[in-house]
Design a protein around this ligand. Structure first.
Ligand code: SF4
Ligand code: MG
Length: 332
């Protein structure tokens, strides 16, 4: 069967006073129904922009300049705004990092949930209310009838994020975009919310595009992973292959700088030295060139293509694949 979501050669530019920034520079991926693809990278890598492009929610100065986005046989670049608004929330749910920005502080939880359901489905207010209570129960909100009348500020961060998930799931979407869904929460609550998301995913068969900077969350949640750096995909693999044999020097750096999901302090936690390049100046070399301990002269002049180094395992590095093998120093 065709993938539920298929993005090909996506390019997103941002107009800035100092020139055009290539926020996303030719990214391709697919997501099958019921599966989870994680996009991982540092802030500014283009992971959120990639996800937001699928529902065309870009800042004013951002635009999709190339590529195709097909969701459930719909061309997401071509549909008009009315169709787009209908799809958002009904077929595609969104969960963002900060629950307080997703919930309106002046309306009760219940009225926001009822509104969300009635916007997208032909149901009576009573039916929408029943569904809302059912979803609150499903996400583990105690005393859901009473919570319907609560305002967001009356709930803890973790409870708010459960409400957001309940709202996102209330129309049983086929697909959810979860952008750093637990980053604002403390570690214990984070783990509970991720378990909940996984549990709902298997009940409803929802596909998830998970945006995170945390490889521990990738390991727990996703089947496939795409590593982005400075607007491009540097590695794309099954999660098990990425952990067993990571191929790209940037991924190696990410793995070394990864905090564990349990939040326990990890020895030898090393941040990757240096900073990502200015996105107005990329497009001529390997974007990781200025930070890569393995760089050779070619890396300065030529963009490495994303190639299949092992079956189903892609990497974009001049020194990896096509006859050459780069081994991680200090490992193996
Ligand atoms: Fe490093 Fe060169 Fe590979 Fe880029 S292409 S990751 S600079 S070795
Ligand atoms: Mg982001």
């Amino acid at each position: 069967a065709a993938p539920l979501l298929s993005v090909h050669n996506l390019k997103v530019h941002f107009d800035t006073s100092a020139g055009v920034a290539r926020a996303v520079d030719g990214v391709s991926f697919t997501l099958d129904a019921g599966k989870t693809l994680a996009i991982v990278g540092e802030s500014g890598s283009g992971k959120s922009v990639t996800a937001s492009s699928v529902i065309r929610l870009l800042p004013k100065n951002g635009s999709i300049v190339d590529g195709s986005i097909s969701f459930d046989k719909t061309d997401m670049r071509e549909i008009d705004l009315r169709e787009l608004l209908a799809i958002r929330g009904r077929d595609i749910g969104m969960i963002y990092q900060d629950p307080m920005t997703s919930l309106d502080p002046v309306f009760t939880i219940g009225s926001q949930m009822i509104e969300q359901i009635m916007t997208h489905e032909q149901v009576s207010r009573g039916e929408a209310r029943e569904r809302a209570i059912e979803m609150l129960t499903r996400v583990g909100i105690p005393e859901p009838h009473r919570r319907m009348d609560a305002y967001p500020y009356e709930l803890s961060g973790g409870m708010c994020q459960r409400v957001i998930i309940a709202m996102a799931m209330s129309c049983h979407p086929k697909f959810i975009i979860a952008d750093e869904p637990t980053t604002a929460l403390d570690v214990t609550v984070q783990s509970q919310v991720l378990d909940l998301l996984k549990d709902l995913q298997s009940s409803f068969g929802t596909a998830i595009l998970l945006i995170t900077h945390n490889l521990g969350i990738v390991w727990k949640m996703a089947s496939d992973v795409m590593v982005m750096y400075a607007g491009r995909t540097v590695e794309y693999a099954s999660v098990s292959a990425l952990y067993a044999t990571p191929l790209h020097p940037y991924t190696w750096g990410l793995l070394d700088s990864m905090p564990s999901l349990s939040g326990e302090a990890q020895e030898d936690l090393k941040a990757i030295p240096g900073a990502p390049p200015d996105l107005r100046l990329t497009g001529t070399c390997c974007n990781f060139y200025n930070r890569c301990p393995y760089a050779i002269d070619r890396c300065k002049h030529e963009i490495p293509e994303l190639i299949e180094v092992a079956p189903g395992h892609l990497a974009a590095c001049h020194r990896q694949g096509a006859g050459s093998v780069l081994t991680r120093e200090g490992h193996q």
